[in-house]
Each structure stands twice: as C-alpha cells, then as structure tokens.
Write a protein that binds this ligand. Structure first.
Ligand SMILES: *[C@@H]1O[C@H](CO)[C@@H](O)[C@H](O)[C@H]1NC(C)=O
Ligand SMILES: *[C@@H]1O[C@H](CO)[C@@H](O)[C@H](O)[C@H]1NC(C)=O
Ligand SMILES: *[C@@H]1O[C@H](CO)[C@@H](O)[C@H](O)[C@H]1NC(C)=O
Length: 556
C-alpha cells in the first residue's frame, strides 16, 4: 500500500481522471511508445488482503425479534472496519456491494450493474444540466493519429503519459501508429479547425460521454484505472472573457451536482500555478474530503486560453474581418466520482448512498414465519412496492425465500440503500409498515406504524428520502469543517497536515516554496477557495501580505 502514494506527488494533476480534460502536459518519452509490454497477471496493485477473511458477523438488530426466523450468522459479508484499514475497507465495499470487479488486464475494472447504475444516475443529472447550459453531445473516435499527439507535445513540456498504442490493424503493420484516446483535445481541435470559420460559428459548445485509456501503473478501482468512463466538455469562444465565464459556469454545475445530488460538500476554487495544467491559463476545481481526510479532486474546469488553438491553427474571422485564434475551455467528471461517494458516506456497515443517486432508494423486506402469514405479507409488500414505484420512487421488493430477513437487512445496508421498509403479519393487520433509515443505525433510525395508505405512505417516504439526503450532506459538512484548520505559520501548517487534516492559510509565496511544502509534508495546494475570509492577511510562509488563503492537503 505504501507504493500507492509513490508516484502521486509528481502526478497530482495528471493522474486525476477527472482533472484530465485539458491534459496538455504530454511528454512522450520514447520507451513508452515502444510496443506495449505484455501484461502481467497481477491485477490492481492494491488488492485487499482481507477479502478471504472469515469472522463471525455481529448479529444485526432486528425488530420485532419474535417475528423473525433465527438469524444465521453470515461469514462472507464482513467488511474490514473503516478505522482499521481505510483502503481495505474501500476495496471490501466495492467487492461486496457488487460495484465493480477486477478485469483480466491489470488495472482494468469491470463496472458491475449496481456500480454502473450509479454512473447512469450521474449521467442523467449532468446531461440535463449540460444541455440547459447550451452544450450538445457528440462523439469523437477513440483512435487518434500519433502525429496529433506529437503536435501538441511540441508545445508543452510535462509528464510522460500512459499511452496505449495500436501498431497493427487487420494483420498489417500500420503506417502511422494510433493512440487510444487518453483525452480528446487534439482531435477536437483538429475538427474545430475545419468547422470554425467566422465569429458566427462561435461559441461552439460540445460534450462527449466516452471512455479513455491511460496506462497507469498504480491503480485503484474507480479512483484510478487503466480505462475509465467520463464526460469531456470542449468549447471554443470569440473572447477570453467568454471562455472564462464558461469555465466558471461549468465548475458551478459540478459544485451544485456535488452538493445537491452526491451530498458531497466540495470546496470550490482555483488551482495554484503549479497545479494548473500546463497550457491552461486557469484551472478551477472541486475538492472533496474523503473519510480518511485525504482530498479527492472530483472535477475540474479549465480556461485553456489560446494554447490549443495556436497549436492547431483554430482560427476565426472576427467582426472586423481579422483572423484570431479561438479561446477554449474543457471540463470533466469521471467514474472517479463514484469512488468519492463511497469514501465520503460509507461506514463500517458498508456503502451509504445519497437518495438522489441511489439505484434503489427503498427496499421492501417482507417478514413472515408461519405459512398462513405468507400470502398476506407478500400481498401487502407488493402493493406497497407498486404504490411507491407509481410515485416515481426507485423501489425493490426483496421477496427471495432463500435468505432470512436478517441477512437481507445486512445485505441492503451494505449496498447503501437509503430506506428499508419492513412488513410483518402484525403490520399487515394494522395496515401499517416499519421504515428504517440507513444513515441512522438501530432503533433511532426506525419508525413503526407508518400507514400503508397510498398518499400518506408516498408523502412519508419522499419526506424521509429528502431528510436522508440533507442529513448526509450535513454530516459530511461537519466532518469536513471539523477537519480544516486555520493556520498562520508554516509550523502550524505542518502540524495540521501531520494530524491528517486540511490546512487553510494565507499564501502568496513562490512556486518553489509551494514545492517545498509538498516535499516536506506531502501536502499540495488543493485550491484557493472562492470563499475567502475578509480582512488583511499575511502569508503563512513569508509573512508578506497575501490576497488569498489556500487550502493544503494530502490527496488521492
Ligand atoms: C468505449 O469505447 C468503445 C470503443 O470505441 C465503444 O464501443 C463504447 O461504446 C465506449 N463506451 C463508452 C461508455 O463510451
Ligand atoms: C498558454 O497560454 C498562456 C497565456 O494564455 C501562456 O502564458 C503559456 O505560456 C501557454 N502555455 C503553453 C504551454 O503554451
Ligand atoms: C397502527 O397503524 C397506525 C397508523 O395507521 C399507527 O398510528 C399505529 O402506531 C400502528 N400500530 C402499530 C402497533 O404499529
């Protein structure tokens, strides 16, 4: 696991899937372009050592106990406690909640239906927002001529990318190697150059949902994989101001998405010069605090200025008849965000999903003991299911007979389903149900005697889902706020970072000093937050006047 952090410091920005929308930091070392290495059998480099562990489960709290068949201790559902080993906990959740599995090629991930459904919920929300803000979806090919990448590389120095190359096609050696899309700026600009002639063609605002490939050496499901899914927005404008407005608009879309849908209280801000993509004039970011208090860069939006349009000759005739290079932006969110949801809300019982993105918002568990109770309980359960479904609530009825109710409680808790409805014979005769919240364990989260009558049940369930949604956000907010320390000096900063917290303090020091902080503490400037304290400030490093506070933290 130590190896996990090895290359992160030097690749903070590049290695972030989400951040890579404007990835002009190519530096193509020749070795990487040699024929692809054969792939070893080793899969993800950070495999859980705890997968095979067998410990008897603590019996879950079940009520009313008399109604339940005896709970069988499940040996295969144990999740490593979060406090004991955060990484093992994370991998256990991914395996046991059936979010993803390892693909046969090292570093690849199979996204399983439950994990994919979360991605679809993310897509459904963002697609609407992208269209509302004037973007159209389209699709660019996955294969990019190698020369395109070189063209861009000649303009930017930076990191060596993890390129996958195709050298043979249809059994023949190709005349020109093809790159499997690591990001699309080059091919986008190649096409924009042909489509843009005058100011009337601007702004050009597109988005594509696609998969991208990076030959990453250190991988972690969702957070960093060889191939991942994302959306990349690309826009071209007639002026710097318009591009800036667009970059800000899209980071705002991401921020609202994080708060309102994912219940993740991200800190939104601007990257430092060191952390800005080479080639971009500004990078905006949303930074999320994970349960281990490391930062996750969860989405970025770049004002690219004219760097790409200069490299690709993307010009337009302005209103005065003069040729100018277009001003561009790009922005991305990826499947990495799912990792962020897991690491923000999950607990020792498993995943905890915000209702707005949960593939299943309510699970109905029928409980009966005697054969003559079965029909009544099952009948009531399916009518409750239909009532909720008709009201647009995502509901699942778990009427499988091979599993005990206790097993089902554990299982759906582990899958992070926000609400559980229990229906037993007594509930049926009383015309009511029991409703349990995933985010409040035990008796406190459980309410008896909720009427089955359609309109009141629907209203109750919707209200509870809203409560869970906002309570997840509130909890994450207070966790975040209690782990950000205001610092005035470098020694205070070091102390905060050593305690695993985020440090926020005035900063106007040089890039060299920023790199020194990184070397000495492992923390980087996550951003200069948009929200700034009032008043005069003195740089924590130099004591010189500072305009802004910066947030420092260790990150994924
Ligand atoms: C990933 O790429 C392949 C090959 O281009 C394509 O068939 C597939 O639809 C892509 N998947 C997504 C989710 O974009
Ligand atoms: C990108 O453009 C900015 C001006 O907008 C310039 O200062 C910078 O040098 C350019 N970067 C590269 C790598 O071309
Ligand atoms: C029976 O249902 C009513 C609502 O319909 C509720 O107020 C009451 O608490 C329920 N009783 C039990 C024992 O669940």
């Amino acid at each position: 696991m130590g190896a996990l952090t090895l290359r992160l410091p030097s690749l903070t920005s590049l290695s972030s899937a989400a951040a890579a929308a404007a990835l002009p930091r190519y530096h193509f070392c020749r070795q990487l372009c040699a024929p692809l290495r054969s792939v070893s059998a080793a899969k993800f480099s950070v495999q859980s050592s705890t997968v095979e562990k067998e410990i008897a489960a603590t019996p879950p709290e079940i009520e009313p106990a008399s109604l339940l068949p005896r709970l069988q201790l499940e040996k295969d559902r144990v999740i490593t406690p979060r406090s004991q080993d955060f990484n093992a906990w994370y991998l256990d959740i991914i395996a046991k909640a059936e979010l993803a599995d390892y693909g046969p090629v090292r570093g690849t991930m199979v996204i399983r239906p439950y994990g994919y459904a979360i991605w679809e919920a993310i897509q459904d929300y963002l697609n609407v927002k992208f269209k509302e803000t004037g973007h159209s979806n389209m699709y660019f090919p996955q294969f990019i001529p190698y020369s395109f990448i070189e063209k861009e590389a000649s303009h930017v120095e930076g990191f060596s990318p993890e390129l996958a190359l195709v050298t043979v096609g249809g059994g023949k050696e190709l005349e020109e190697k093809l790159v499997v899309r690591p990001t699309s700026e080059t091919i986008v600009n190649h096409m924009f150059t042909q489509w843009i002639n005058s100011y009337r063609d601007l702004p050009l605002m597109i988005n594509q949902w696609a998969n991208v490939t990076r030959w990453e050496m250190r991988t972690k499901p969702f957070v960093r994989t060889l191939e991942f899914l994302w959306q990349e927005g690309h826009t071209a404008h007639a002026s710097l101001e318009e591009a800036e407005e667009e970059a800000l608009q899209m980071i705002d879309v991401y921020t609202k998405f994080a708060y309102e849908q994912a219940a993740i209280p991200v800190v939104v801000g601007r990257k430092s010069k060191v952390e800005t993509f080479a080639g971009a004039s500004k990078t905006y970011t949303i930074e999320a605090m994970m349960g281990d208090r490391k930062a996750l860069q969860a989405g970025t939006s770049h004002n690219l200025g004219q760097n790409f349009s200069r490299a690709f000759g993307t010009q337009f005739m302005d209103e005065n008849g003069e040729r100018q290079h277009v001003w561009q932006t790009s922005w991305a969110i990826s499947t990495r965000f799912i990792g962020g949801i897991i690491m923000t809300h999950g607990d020792d019982a498993g995943l905890m999903l915000p209702p707005n993105l949960a593939p299943i918002q309510v699970v109905v568990v029928p409980i009966w003991k005697k054969a003559d109770e079965k029909a009544g309980v099952l009948g009531a359960s399916s009518s409750v299911k239909e009532t909720l479904q008709a009201a647009g609530i995502k509901v699942k009825l778990d009427d499988a007979e091979q599993r005990t109710p206790g097993w089902k409680f554990n299982f759906w808790e582990m899958k992070g389903v926000p609400l559980r409805i229990e229906i037993g014979p007594r509930d049926v005769s009383n015309g009511s149900v029991v409703v349990c919240r995933r985010d409040i364990p035990g008796k406190q989260g459980k309410v008896f005697g909720i009427s089955m009558e359609s309109s009141s049940l629907v209203a109750y369930v919707k209200g509870k889902l809203d409560e869970v949604q906002s309570s997840l956000l509130e909890n994450a907010k207070s966790f975040r706020d209690s782990n950000i320390v205001d610092v005035r000096s470098y020694s205070e900063l070091k102390e905060a970072i050593a305690q695993g917290k985020w440090a926020r303090g005035p900063w106007s020091a040089s890039d060299t000093e920023e790199l020194k902080v990184k070397e000495e503490t492992g923390a980087t400037i996550r951003c200069f937050p948009f929200e700034q304290p009032e008043g005069a400030k003195k740089c924590l490093m130099t004591g010189n006047p500072a305009d802004e506070v910066a947030i420092f933290a260790k990150s994924y």
